[in-house]
Design a protein around this ligand. Structure first.
Ligand code: URA
Length: 436
């Protein structure tokens, strides 16, 4: 087989077959295909797309390019939630213990923050003592014993994706729906989970900026999952505004703990309830309304919070911080930001607010930066709220004053106050499932 012929076939709009896709992935992973040819193929895919069958074949080939986790001992009850990335997105901290408290097995590998978006591993590491690295025996035993373990990406899962993603990143070929869908799903499938709910974020703080692209991406990932024998659904959720009020690691853990303690009326809680209900519906094969009742009950009667404490303790985390959350999140400096006008908040640019958090120390500007776990911001108001000139709209927290004034300036750019109350935007736009 020749790489030249595969590139030419895709360039001319042809459909690649299993032999061609498998050959490309195994030879590229083994460093036998140069990056210039792999990037030419990615560009041909970028322009000509891939059929549902090709996308499933590419995903399966990348899934099989490295280690795979075997979760078959859990009898089809393993569950995972994957977010495409957002600002203030602390849903894993809530959804994972809810699902485990209701009988799902959560054996999850999560990521760190990327760019303006946060990552679950960083949030968990803000809890003193919490270990995000476990051996594979420790990981599986913990899931067997308490139904939940969450660690950072480990082992050699989907190495073909790792290589291709780095190449796409520098060749302007990230933003292709079949390439994103196969990249995300190859890792999810290698991680072995049976039931997957995808949280596809759309809006200013998300990777997908418009609803049509988000729907296409969601459908592509759901189709891949079913073609590979998994149960998958996808929720398209709003990321025009940060999720919840806190952005920054310890601040977000604090907000998540409040939901787990039964505060279920917030936007954050509503999105978590929708995600967890869809997972439980897949795991137990029950109707979504029944599932939602179980999820709300687990949040209100302490079942989910107790599972959260059990989980954090099992991974070495100090749960005494949850007795006094103020100490846990107290940064050395804080600055309040006030509205510059009377009116409605008509816009909060979620991406800019994510960058504000990074500037305060809550994220990494470069791969090797250390995170200041207590840094970030807490909003006092969100889009749609009526504010008066001089009224507080947020508090910014940091342990360094270095970038505080720049952070305040960017915060002010992110907020627009106008006369017209904006229309209420849905929290969950749509649930995408496979018609089977
Ligand atoms: N996240 C991934 O894992 N892969 C992509 O291609 C884009 C986002």
């Amino acid at each position: 087989m020749r790489m030249y012929d595969i590139i030419a076939k895709k360039r001319d709009g042809g459909e690649l077959n299993k032999q061609e896709i498998d050959w490309f992935i195994s030879e590229y992973t083994a460093d036998n295909i140069p990056d210039y040819q792999a990037s030419a193929l990615c560009m041909a895919i970028f322009f000509n797309g891939m059929s549902e069958k090709e996308t499933a074949l590419l995903t399966a080939a990348m899934r099989d390019s490295g280690d795979k986790v075997d979760l078959s001992c859990f009898g089809g009850k393993t569950a995972d939630k994957h977010s495409t990335g957002g600002v203030g997105d602390k849903t894993t901290l809530i959804v994972a213990p809810v699902v485990a408290s209701l009988g799902g097995y959560v054996a999850k590998m999560s990521g760190r923050g990327l760019g303006h978006t946060g990552g679950t591993v960083d949030k968990l590491e803000s809890i003193k003592g919490f270990k995000t690295t476990l051996s594979s025996d420790e990981f599986l035993n913990q899931v067997k014993n308490i139904g939940i373990a969450v660690i950072g990406q480990s082992g050699n899962l989907a190495p073909a994706d790792k290589k291709l993603y780095a190449l796409r990143d520098v060749t302007a070929t990230v933003n292709s729906i079949p390439l994103i869908a196969s990249s995300i799903m190859s890792k999810k499938l290698a991680a072995g989970t049976d039931n997957i709910v995808l949280d596809v974020k759309v809006g200013s703080g998300a990777f997908m900026k418009n609803l049509d692209d988000a729907k296409d991406l969601a459908q592509a990932m759901v189709d891949i999952g079913y073609n590979c024998g998994k149960k998958v659904s996808a929720l398209i959720t709003n990321m025009d505004v940060p999720l919840g009020y806190a952005i920054g690691n310890a601040l977000e853990v604090k907000e998540a703990a409040a939901v787990l303690k039964g505060n279920i009326n917030s936007d954050l809680a509503k999105v978590c309830i929708a995600l967890a209900s869809n997972i439980i519906s897949l795991v137990k094969g029950i109707d979504i309304n029944q599932s939602e009742l179980q999820v709300k009950k687990a949040l209100c009667d302490g079942l989910a919070y107790n599972k959260f404490l059990e989980w954090i303790t099992a991974q070495g985390g100090d749960v005494s911080v949850f007795d006094d959350l103020e100490n846990f999140v107290k940064a050395e400096y804080n600055v309040e930001v006030f509205s510059e006008a009377d009116g409605y908040i008509t816009k909060m640019d979620a991406e800019k607010l994510g960058i504000v958090s990074v500037m305060l120390g809550g994220g990494r500007a470069t791969k090797d930066d250390e995170i200041d776990f207590k840094a970030g911001l807490v909003l006092a108001h969100k889009t749609g709220d009526l504010v008066k000139k001089g009224e507080k709209i947020a508090t910014l927290y940091s342990n360094t004053v270095k970038d505080m004034s720049k952070a305040v300036a960017l915060f002010n750019q992110a907020i627009v106050v106008g006369e017209q109350k904006p229309l209420d935007a849905p929290l969950v736009y749509e649930v995408v499932t496979k018609d089977v």
